[in-house]
Design a binder for this molecule. Structure first.
Ligand code: SF4
Ligand code: SF4
Length: 152
């Protein structure tokens, strides 16, 4: 599903060049004009489309943003130009620790522990965990073994 947003972006770019008179209609793939700009005061197909995404969003975490949004795809492509991997990781990330992968609601951390920056929404949840001695597993274990040595 993560790849669909790139297809949507490619489709919009193609329409903008080949059928520019249809570009405004094609841009309606984004439901935000209906939901925010017009406050749902539009023809029913637009309202139904935007409402469907809202209902879908009750069951799945931000499906439109993660899977369909062409702007997200454009930003992910722009992200390829980043000069460094700015999200801190530890040697234990991925093997054996999977905590941040499980906690990342955007599915942007691979099983190996590597951050997939194209999918990262920069929510900073994993950065918080990484620096928190009460959450980051190696820090928790180190604190426990220090406490055990002290007690002994
Ligand atoms: S910053 Fe947020 S979205 Fe990005 S990898 Fe970390 S938890 Fe996932
Ligand atoms: S909890 Fe710590 S070690 Fe585990 S994945 Fe997150 S940052 Fe890495």
């Amino acid at each position: 599903m993560k790849a669909v947003k790139y297809l949507v972006l490619a489709g919009l770019v193609a329409i903008a060049f080949l059928l520019p008179e249809q570009a405004e209609t094609a841009a309606e793939v984004e439901p935000f004009k209906t939901a925010i700009a017009t406050g749902f005061q539009r023809e029913w197909p637009y309202v139904a489309y935007a409402a469907a995404w809202l209902v879908f969003g009750l069951a799945i975490f931000k499906p439109f943003c993660r899977w369909i949004c062409p702007l997200g795809a454009l930003m992910a492509i722009g992200g390829l130009l980043r000069t460094r991997d700015w999200i801190p990781r530890r040697a234990q990330c991925g093997a054996p620790c999977q905590l941040c992968k499980v906690r990342c609601r955007y599915g942007a951390i691979a099983r190996s522990g590597k951050v997939e920056y194209a999918e990262c929404f920069q929510c900073l949840d994993c950065v918080t965990i990484h620096g928190d001695p009460r959450q980051c597993v190696p820090l928790v274990l180190a604190a426990r073994s220090r406490a055990a040595r002290k007690a002994a």
